[in-house]
Design a protein around this ligand. Structure first.
Ligand code: DC
Length: 218
């Protein structure tokens, strides 16, 4: 069994940034599980399936294989043998992933892959249900959060920096809706595991968050 660090929390809390840095500092492999849900979302969208079409989504799960590889240290996600990593980070894909991930068959599709990755190597895995469902025996569990305002401000700054015009209020509304969906779904909802350390990054720098989490690891 590898040494397992689970970092869960809502969208925009800084999980991937922090998890990547903790993994680098500790020499563990970073596993971005949101990317796996996003890859399945790409598959559904490419087939013209809409978020509400649950039966079609369940049917599509039967013909798809998701796998990951590491190229130059970066996680690459493959869908039926094709690298779809460049397509994962759009709002359309994020929204489809948020909706389709509430379907139990979609979650079941990715469970073994995640567990195998953690069995074979030392990992920092980030997601929504890693400490509660995927790796309940993880060595370190962290619930990383920040206020909706802080998360919306970070996203707003990130998009503005890229020259994308956007509205702060719309981003905040989108984040609040996604929280609501992720926290209230029946299967594997986003919640803090009983034995998880709560880290609120609202008033912390990235370095402070990284050293707080690295300090919990062996
Ligand atoms: O972390 P992210 O934004 O890339 O995740 C995209 C969606 O995938 C998110 O809205 C909820 C879902 N997800 C999940 O249900 N469980 C995980 N472990 C990771 C992501």
């Amino acid at each position: 069994m590898g040494y397992n660090v689970a970092i869960d929390g809502p969208a925009g809390a800084g999980k991937s940034t922090v998890a990547k840095l903790v993994a680098k500092e500790k020499g563990y492999v970073y596993v971005d599980t949101g990317a796996l849900y996003r890859a399945l979302a790409v598959y559904f969208l490419d087939r013209g399936i809409k978020a509400g079409e649950t039966e079609k989504i369940i049917g599509a799960c039967e013909n798809v294989e998701v796998s990951i590889r590491y190229e130059d240290g970066a996680q690459q996600v493959y869908l039926n043998g094709r690298n779809v990593t460049p397509r994962l980070r759009t709002e359309e894909v994020g929204n489809m992933a948020s909706k389709s991930s509430s379907i139990p068959e979609v979650r079941a599709k990715l469970l073994e892959l995640q567990r195998n990755l953690a069995r074979e190597q030392d990992v920092v895995m980030d997601g929504r249900d890693i400490g509660t469902c995927v790796l309940p025996e993880a060595d370190v569990k962290v619930y990383l959060t920040a206020s909706v305002e802080t998360r919306a401000k970070r996203r707003f700054d990130e998009l503005s920096e890229k020259g994308v015009s956007c509205s702060f209020d719309e981003i905040a509304k989108d984040i609040a809706e996604r929280d609501q969906r992720d926290m209230t779904r029946e299967t594997a909802p986003l919640k803090q595991a009983e034995d998880a350390h709560l880290v609120d990054s609202s008033d912390m720098t990235i370095d402070e968050v990284v050293s707080a989490i690295a300090g919990l690891c062996r």
